[in-house]
Design a binder for this molecule. Structure first.
Ligand SMILES: [Fe+2]
Ligand SMILES: [Fe+2]
Length: 349
């Protein structure tokens, strides 16, 4: 059946096709009116309908059969469906003769050239009924591209974490925990998914610059000399230098890496930024970083309790940390609602 964009013309063509079809495949005697209505309904279907016998041969076709397959209904009847349609062997060893199924990867050996089609079928007694539809090439390639992008984004996420965790085993578990804390804080602030991703990656990479600190300083047992301390203080700048070369990272990520040791009162490093001049992502990472460092065991200190660490965060609200972020962190991330009135008192009217 030729194809027309005009619906009226299309219906006429379908009727004409149907006439030919009823000549080829006579139906059992029925009321003429019932036959017409039933077949009109079938002819109006936008997909290629088929009915197979128990040997997989085509008994009847309808709907947009000829438009989809390029095979005239007269030529189709009696033909083994397997000669027209190829399904992935490993997944469908019995082809269409299974109970039911659907497959988006079927290949139609059409007279119009090979076509990728979707086929859906189900068995009823000795017969298999189903339909074929063409997969729109642009929709399919968009879907494939989306899937590939999704996979790539997941792999990128993993790569970013691996990079942030590569320094040593403590850093690895520290990063894992603080990414969780920073992500929950960003979500509590109702950030968009893109903003949450920037926070997550900023947290993962916050100390990546330590990879340029000489090992004898980074892992020194005992207090650092002032010169060694100066070297250590340079890690945010080295970190930014490393991550800003990664063009796929959102701009907030290098900013978070560079400024994660700034203080709200301006006494932090490396730039001495204060208040809201410190990028928001960096202020979030700073809270997650310090809270996790306090509540972790280090060679030089035991793990603080959550209660003691929370007191430290509240004491630092407005000096070390952004006070509003401390409020959201304590109430919504840690869930310490009993501290609400104390935290509210940080913001007198
Ligand atoms: Fe750091
Ligand atoms: Fe850290």
């Amino acid at each position: 059946m030729p194809y027309s964009e005009d619906p009226t013309m299309q219906l006429s063509l379908q009727k004409a096709s149907l006439q030919k079809l009823s000549e080829v495949v006579p139906c059992p005697a029925q009321e003429q009116d019932d036959l017409t209505e039933q077949d009109l309904l079938l002819a109006a279907q936008p997909t290629a309908l088929f009915l197979l016998d128990d040997a997989g041969r085509i008994r009847r076709v309808a709907g947009a059969w000829e438009e989809v397959t390029g095979v005239h209904p007269e030529d189709a009847v009696g033909t083994p469906m397997a000669s027209l349609l190829r399904l992935p062997n490993t997944r469908y060893p019995e082809g269409l003769l299974t109970q039911e199924g659907s497959c988006d990867e079927a290949m139609l050996r059409s007279q119009l050239g090979p076509r990728r089609v979707r086929v859906v079928w189900s068995r009823s007694g000795r017969y298999v009924a189903g339909h074929l539809e063409r997969l729109d090439v642009s929709a399919r390639s968009t879907y494939d591209a989306d899937q590939a992008l999704l996979q790539l984004t997941g792999e990128l996420d993993e790569a970013v974490y691996c990079l942030g965790m590569s320094l040593d085993s403590w850093q690895s578990s520290h990063v894992e925990r603080m990414v969780g804390l920073a992500t929950r804080l960003a979500e509590a602030l109702t950030f968009t998914p893109e903003q949450v991703k920037a926070v997550r990656w900023g947290a993962a990479l916050h100390d990546v610059g330590k990879s340029r600190v000489p090992p004898e300083i980074l892992w020194k047992n005992g207090p650092l000399t002032s010169d060694e301390f100066e070297v250590m203080l340079h890690h945010p700048v080295w970190g930014q230098d490393i991550v800003e070369k990664m063009s796929f990272l959102p701009a907030d990520v290098p900013a978070a890496v560079l400024h994660h040791h700034e203080r709200y009162d301006g006494n932090g490093y490396p730039s001495g930024l204060a208040g809201e001049n410190i990028p928001l992502t960096a202020r979030i990472v700073a809270i997650a970083d310090v809270f996790d460092a306090l509540t972790s065991v280090r060679s030089y200190k035991p793990a603080w309790s959550y209660q003691a660490a929370t007191e430290h965060m509240i004491a630092g609200a407005g000096t070390q940390f952004d006070p509003w972020l401390v409020r959201v962190f304590v109430l919504d991330v840690l869930g310490f609602q009993h501290l609400k009135s104390r935290l509210d008192s940080l913001f007198p009217d």
